[in-house]
Design a protein around this ligand. Sequence first.
Ligand code: BTN
Length: 335
Amino acid sequence: MAEVAPGSEEMVLEFLAEAADDFVSGEAISGKLGLSRAAVWKHVNALRSQGYRIEAVPARGYRLMAIPDRLGTLEIGPLLNTHDLGQTLHCSEELPSTNDRARELAEAGAVHGEVVVAECQTAGRGRRGRAWSSPAGKNLYLSVILRPALPPQRAPELTLVASVAACDACRKAGVDAGIKWPNDLLVEGRKVAGILTELSAEADAVHWVVLGIGVNLNAAPEDFPDEIRGVATSLSVARGQPVPRALFAAALLSELEQWLDLHAAEGFGPIRDAWRERSVTLGREVRVDGDGGEIAGVAEDIDDSGALLVRGRGGLVRIVAGDVRLVGRVDPAGA
Ligand code: BTN
């Protein structure tokens, strides 16, 4: 799939997608888009040949019945209800990493909200130098370029914004996900999504932030490499039916934009509250493998910069980076 610029075919599709379950007359489409009826028919047939199911009924018009399970501009674009995120979509069949491509685009001047998506990553990257399993045609690998008006020290807040948004997108897809600090999404204790945030900044200004989000949507257990099979899952495994990937991508971008807008308007406070509500870490006994070695204790809270506060034997420790293992549940009554 090349990076596709919007054309007449996409506009016809957008028109049909906006009408949702209703018919749209050929006349309305041709009038609105300034195309002949024959051209509309040609575009409808071109879309059908790409896997779109479009019903045509004399005197009623066209109705979009189903979209193919692809993550292209044609599939995601018409489903978007965002003002910035995804208004420019860069969709590829295969990339080493969507974060790498997004970084290149950001360096070349991409605007706030441009999004990179790939069907498959050959060198998908996770946090702390790990690989991210990225089989073709199963999951979502997406990177969003942001140009936030934030001082660099507040940029980590955006990772927590993204984890809240991704959590809500999973919940809207019918799966009860929760957030393990800082930004892993878990379902029944297994990882379903992760976020890799990268940025370029100088002392007092952020040039760009790339939020890289990987969500295991339709991967089956055998699609995961042996070493993570026991600790990873997908939304389709959790809910027992496949997830329409383009729909999920559009819903995720919409959630992300709403939470980013709230963050821009009201700061980190409401994000911190939302993160706490969705957390599966707070109140748990944890072991944190951080830069300064392992810390054991109870995860008490996150502070106003998103750092994890763990009460260990030696008192309260503030953790800014690390891997958390959930060990046990702490009875709040202390019984
Ligand atoms: C983690 O370790 O939990 C973070 C995983 C982030 C994976 C996503 S997939 C899209 C984007 N491109 C990458 O190479 N990584 C992120």
